[in-house]
Design a protein around this ligand. Sequence first.
Ligand code: IPT
Length: 999
Amino acid sequence: MRSLIAALLLGSALATPLPAQEAKQTANLSAPVKRFGRVSYDARSLMVDGQRLVIWGGEFHPFRLPSPDLWRDILQKMKAGGFNTVALYFDWGYHSPKQGVYDFSGIRDIDRLLTMAEEEGLYVITRAGPYVNAELSRGGFPGWLVNQRARARTDDPAYLAAVDEWLTQVDAIVAKHQINADPSRRYGVILHQIENELALTTPAQRRYMDHLAAKARADGITIPLFHNDQGRNGYWTPESSKIDKVVTGPNDLYAFDGYPGGTCTVEGKPTRDVAAPDWGYYGPGGAKGGASASPDTPGFLAEFGGGWFDYWGSNGGYACNAIQRGKRFQRVFYGTNLANGIGIQSFYMTYGGTSWGWLPAPVVFTSYDYGAAISEPRALREKALEMKQLGGLIASVPDLAGMIPAGAVEISSPNIQIYHNKNPETDARFLMVAHKPSNGQTSDVFRFTADLPDGRYSVPMQLNGFDAKWLVAGVALGGHRLVYSTSELQSAQVMDGADLMLFYGRAGEPGQTVLRYASAPKVTVLEGSATSAFDAAKGDLKLDYSHQGRAVLRIEGGGRPPLTLILADEAEGARYWRQEDALVRGPALVRSATVKDGTLALTGDTAEASLLAIWAPKAVRAVTWNGAKVATKAGVAGSYTALQPLAGPADIALPALTDWRVAKGAPEADPAFDDGAWQAIDNRPSASITARPDGQPNMGMDAYGFHDGDVWYRGRFTGTPDARALSLYYGAGGSGLVQAWVDGQFLGEGETPAGLPRPITTGTARFALPAGARSGEHVVSVMVRNNGHNWDLDSDDFHKEARGLISASLEGGPGGRSFAVPIAWKIQGKQGGENLPDVARGPANNGGQYGERMGWHLPGFDDSAWARASVPATQAQAGTNWYRTAFNLAVPKGQDATIALSFGDARIPRSPVRYRVLIFVNGWNMGQFIAHVGPQRTFPIPEGILNHRGRNHVALAVTSDGQPGDALESVRLVTLHTMKGGLPVQMVAAPNAPSDLKE
Ligand code: IPT
């Protein structure tokens, strides 16, 4: 057997090598099984309790959904959507405002999240940093680490000491939730990532990796450890893979990431210019050439594009990303991965969420929707339903785990390729039918001929447009034998000893399914149409039909248990939800199905009045939907259908936002402002990578304990006769801002540009000095908006680029020289600096705007003394003005919704007028709107931050240059997503009024 497999792997055994797919790679099939408690692997697959598994995972970031009750909503949607695993990044900086200070409560309670994942039946992959990237400010490093001189991601002892602080805390939580921690646990953490995309592979990095692995082990993490390589470079393959041209590490598994498939055009159109790469059995080798990057360990994509991020100043790419890496792409690309032996895949992102507050890196704006399967407002996109169908196959056919190439098949069309794999133990087959190349979009009618486990068959097929088909053949399904089917299997279940199967295909295309029997079975077409023919010599029952709505067949006798066969078109198939104890048709989501005391309790969501049909075990005598009894009658083939449709959601009446009040928010510009309590800029040492001109003090905000958001500087200088300009060199991230005043007179503003691939994150702004400033004493006031620290993608300490002012000088006329005029500076950023007054909302919520320091953003702030204002406004004072209002919501009970704040004209990505808004809802900074940059105008606020049944407060910090029209446009509430159903959501506890803040 082994030698046969080896021969097949070498691609020699079966006839007609082209145009079919031929295996080019060797996996070391004699690699020993490596065991880590209940988790083990060999070269073919991961195993839990000795059972081979396809890991079908999706990435979710708890820090991008600051409403813990909704974490369960995402996890349930993932589980119902066919995923068996959730991959979680943790953001070190989110938990640590100050060295030695950590918080894991409330929105940071990852212990609770891991419990939820287990309860919802998902395996977990933890990716705890220390560095994660993730389009987070500093790639997840805490603000205070910017002040550390030690080079990050090396074995410098100071850096390692910082890292160990975090790891000690987070590892303890991960260790507790490992599947190994409790033998009775069905789910839990199965894999753990120790670094992300560490592309520098020097000895110092190797020692750092050794430290990280040893630390995880010392902290009780016993499951396999891995690193995520930025592409299939062979960086940090396990020590055991003694092959050329790779860099080995102390980790157990080799994993890599990939985002192939092209991107959207600037106009927001998907491109299909890239074919799916063969990153395994069928590929020519890794980027390093030669054999697989890690032949002893299973194929593992720790991230594969489940969308892509969007950037400041784009035309709004998420709708396109959802298509570009959406329906069909998933089949073609994820299927190619699976065929290539990549049996561990996690899609980044599956729920992207919101980079609220100051979480985002300079490259991204607030929404991290990512075009993911679950949209930012928590709706299942069409692509999620396709994932459900693919995940259903994976759950129904355990034989798919650990497959290897089975040899070429013959294909009648040069436009088609078929990956043909087999399970060495059961001989079951996986046939991934794709175009050749896989991004082909032709419509093809063809046959393939293959030696399948039950004989040689010539199978009629179609593949129309950009698409792929995931077929299984020669496989035992319950009490039946599937010889092959040209339809795709969505679900196979056994209930009371009888079988229930759901196949689907593209609407209007023919389908053919062949099942094997000892003698002719009785076939009854209960609904729709299908023809059957029995070949007594082979024992084959061949069913022919068209995928159109659905056909329901009952097959009895023939030496097998009764079978109910549902043959659906794709849209019909998408209406079914496969649960452990039931198959349910109708609602927009079935979250859970539990049988207890003869009652099947279903929970889920409806988008409209929905018919409900259920296949369940005979013991079920009653059905409830979201707790209410559902009267049923007998339906087709042993099913039950509800007598009445389940109700859909009601319209949500949203109030207009009126009764605005306004206050001026930049008193720091006033020369008389009292900055007595501010810190003086001194010559303290800097860890910044940004060089500053000789003689200038260290003005960078981080050195003074201010890491996120806005920072103010006030300086005093003596005027000099030739001075004509004030020049400010500043660091502000992408689309950052600097504003300056002298003696209360607004000089103007400067911005860092938007755009990819790496935004320009520092800039110099030059302002004309008022003539009066050429002599005497003056006060200069400067506000810098820090739109995030850089990530550390290349491990070059790029996250330590300076933020805030870097240098300031008085200069002569245009292009003139600088004068050595000393400016005595003071600085003020967020209240308390690293000592957070508001621990619940945490380090990312606030910067140093005056209104933030005074608690104007908080719901309980008393604004009754503020002036009344009308919105939209036509004129703003230069600087920042705060607008506040309140409103009530009354979302019907038992109805889920995501409500958003929307600014101006939602049809255009950017406004003709220039201003920015920090959006506070009930005290939470839920994002930044930059009117003239865009593209985001609509900001979803998750329930729990937003009170869906009660009072809400909005505070908007509007920053403008004061030019006519550069003022707040219309602001309104919009509903982005609503369903009847959902989960109960508690408001997130956090300080209500300024007096609740810690001193
Ligand atoms: C890769 C990172 O691992 C991840 O954190 C995130 O940044 C993602 O991609 C992009 O959203 S990095 C990239 C260079 C592939």
